[in-house]
Design a protein around this ligand. Structure first.
Ligand SMILES: Nc1nc2c(ncn2[C@@H]2O[C@H](COP(=O)(O)OP(=O)(O)OP(=O)(O)O)[C@@H](O)[C@H]2O)c(=O)[nH]1
Ligand SMILES: [Mg+2]
Length: 317
């Protein structure tokens, strides 16, 4: 398949378009109101645009960056028409996202020389960690990989049950202990088991809530340390899951987690049920960590590898 065909695979594109429906509708409604009765981009239009971007949860810093760039273009072309604003915005946002190297993977891939490849999934409670793990297990398995899940969220009995449900649904083995057991010990067992089975990918679920934040961060550190006893360079990836529908809260969580523990990639979930899709643009720009996956629904197939070009394309369609 050609590169472009792969990028714009029809089916994938349709889910993304549909998933971002709410964000788009709200964004374009506001945008058309902002330029109503105007035929050129003037200060008024720019002020309105700033408001729209901020209210779409792009975030203040990223919004200012975008407005600066558009002002630049306006100063070069005083008669820049409002009919062109859409195109220009799209170009500037795509340009902004291209500045961080988030790669442009279109498939669910893992490095071949790391076996098992260990992904530790972190994030506060309710953001969609377990669901994202289930979706990832499904995709990796579909790609022919041998997957093992580790139920290291031992804080709640239901957390273990929920991961078990995804293990059954995707027909992937799970390693678990009883509620309240040591998460690091579960992670250790999972890696051992994965090594014995010659598995390709290990995905470790972790608790999103403990008695307090310090406890949680200490626990994550301990889980990491213990995993290294089995696989010295594990975890290969620390995936922070953020709920896109919480807008500015997601920024706040990203700030706190990245300050407390090393995060290598981001997954932004629940973009289907929200008008806050702009949060992906802001988060990509503000954190030097690539958004790797986006969640656009509760189903097994509702996870996509984040592709900035495709995303901007969907957002502005
Ligand atoms: N609409 C939608 N719902 C999602 C998405 N991802 C997760 N959810 C839902 O969000 C809720 C919480 O998801 P979980 O996967 O249990 O979240 P968690 O981070 O594991 O939560 P804890 O185990 O409590 O820490 C569930 O009802 C999921 O179905 C998504 O991309 N879109
Ligand atoms: Mg969970």
């Amino acid at each position: 398949m050609s590169f472009f065909k792969k990028i714009f695979s029809k089916e994938k594109k349709e889910t993304l378009d549909k998933g971002l429906e709410k964000s788009k509708t709200s964004f374009f409604d506001k945008l058309s109101k902002a330029v109503a009765g105007k035929n050129k981009v003037d200060d008024d239009v720019l002020d309105n645009l700033e408001e729209i971007l901020v209210s779409s949860d792009v975030g203040v810093n990223t919004t200012l960056k975008i407005i600066d760039r558009i002002e630049d273009r306006v100063s070069k072309d005083k008669y820049l028409g409002t009919d062109e604003l859409n195109k220009i915005l799209r170009e500037e946002i795509a340009g902004l996202l291209s500045e961080i190297d988030s790669g442009n993977a279109t498939e669910f891939e893992i490095p071949q020389n790391k076996k098992p490849y260990v992904i530790m999934v972190v994030g506060v409670n309710g953001v969609g960690k377990t669901t994202t793990i289930g979706k990832l297990a499904y995709q990796f398995k579909k790609a022919g990989k041998k997957v093992v899940l580790g139920a290291a969220d031992t804080f709640r009995a239901a957390a273990i049950d929920q991961l078990q449900i995804w293990a059954d649904r995707t027909n992937v083995p799970i390693v678990k202990q009883s509620m309240g057991s040591d998460p690091a010990s579960v992670a250790f067992d999972t890696l051992k088991s994965a090594a014995n089975q010659d598995a390709d990918v290990v995905i470790i679920d972790t608790a999103g809530r403990l008695h307090n934040k310090i406890n949680l961060m200490n626990e994550l550190t301990k889980v990491k340390r213990v995993m290294k006893k089995v696989v010295p360079d594990a975890p290969h990836e620390v995936l922070l899951v953020l709920d896109g529908s919480t807008g500015q809260n997601a920024f706040e969580q990203a700030k706190q987690f990245t300050a407390a523990t090393e995060v290598t990639s981001l997954a932004v979930t629940k973009l289907d049920g929200t008008a806050k899709g702009g949060v992906v643009i802001g988060i990509s720009d503000q954190f030097q960590i690539p958004v790797k996956y986006i969640g656009v629904g509760e189903g097994m197939e509702d996870l996509q590898v984040f592709n900035k070009f495709e995303f901007v394309d969907s957002f502005f369609k």
